[in-house]
Design a protein around this ligand. Sequence first.
Ligand code: NAD
Length: 506
Amino acid sequence: MLTEARDPVVTYVTGRDQKMLIDGKFVASSTGNVMEVIDPSTGKQIAELPCASDKDVDAAVSAAEAARPAWEAMGVDGRSKCFAKFAELIDQNRERLAMLDAIDCGNPIQAMRADIDLCKPYLNGWPALAKSLTGDVIPASSGNLHYTAHRPYGVVGRITAFNHPAMFAITRPLPSLITGNTLVMKPSEETSLSTLALAELFSEAFPPGVVNIVTGKADTGDAIVTHPKVKRLAFTGSVGTGLVIQRRAAESGNVKHVSLELGGKNAMVVFPDVDLDAAVEGAIFGMSLNVCQGQACGSNSRVMVHSKIHDAFVSLMAEKLGKYRIGLAYDEQTDVGPLVSKAHWDRVMNYVESAVDQGAILVRGGHRPANAPNGGNFLEPALFAGVKPDMRIGREEIFGPVVSVFEWNDYDQMIVQANSVDLGLTASIWTNDLSIAHKTADALDAGYVWVNDSTRHYFGTPFGGTKNSALGREESKDELLTYLEHKVVHTRLGDPKLALDRVLGV
Ligand code: NAD
């Protein structure tokens, strides 16, 4: 069912200046190049954004480099004050940021308000975690003092994906900033509006040059990746781009520390002892259907259901999926908005068609809803059964509202199938038997495993994947340490008795 909506584009976008933030100033691209912003709910162009050139990126990196010594000298306590101010400003701008993401990305407004609220534990958590960092005193040799200390890298380049625009722009830079680094950040060209709104808040809360925001496409990202003064790169996006970034970082001729948060093809394993209703709800929740139309790295896209409950599971899931309201992203009643772009809609549909061609059973959805508003990238959530591991939809990340159900009988074979893809971000296990749950958690090759839950991750627990899904972990002390160079200081103390004699003049 599609719903009516008012037009918030006029309130939040039309007529606003869209400028980048470089050295505390709001600037256009030096070349005058722009890219268009399309509302995915209507297909209409609603704004133009600057495309940063190499020269703009260089200015941003130089500003970040110049701002770094004073920022480092402020210490964790001084920097935490900026975090507190930033958190306050985010609270005040909650509705605007959430609306911009609904308008620009197509995610339902309710979910985007929740995204902004989810930033709080990160805004509070990083300063506390940074404050708790200590070095070590290591008894490496007798008569000497060996200790470790940390120093920031310098300028960090941060490039993000399209699917949680404001949440990424708020939370992802925080560990690099609290450790005394300065930043050049580029959001996805698909969804930059909320990051440019955040530029205003960053500039109010942080000293000039500490946070620089540039917008643009792959070439702007490449200028960050290859810049000789960017020592640390942090990337969230697809595996393909992640590999290019690793290669280009090496080709820059500078050794750079690169961390990558990439894709998922995540398995949800369902045992026959579950409460069917709860497991089906969990499967739909795990798709991140009513948060971002399944465009989520950690969402479950392969649901492996034991044959004893397989048929009942599939029919209940089809019934429940039919109740989700598809509509304009900024409509309060909408559960599922449009996909981010027409190109992405075509890509997802290509998977749907390939699945049908390869013999999977399309149980429901997988087409444009009959009464969808014109021009929007709407897609009725697709449920496939009879999926085999060698089908494209069984192996490749789709990043959309498409879920595949696999039927299994043999536990060992199911584990082999679950682990047969080259991604290993998340997994979830549904059973009432804890020993089976932990045995299976151990067997599944994934970086983050839920038991009787899915999707949620919590500040403090390392998030990331195995295989091609990631290089490094985020949201935890593990990540904080990756924004710091580690230094050992060795002091030769000599013979304490001779030293005492010398000092006392004996
Ligand atoms: P993408 O790889 O197409 O783009 C991501 C970013 O990289 C964008 O800002 C883009 O402009 C930039 N970029 C593209 N080419 C570049 C280049 N050559 N050099 C430098 N920068 C370049 O990804 P996307 O479509 O925005 O996002 C979807 C992907 O992100 C999915 O694979 C998803 O699983 C992944 N993702 C992962 C996580 C995670 O935490 N693991 C979170 C969200 C999304």
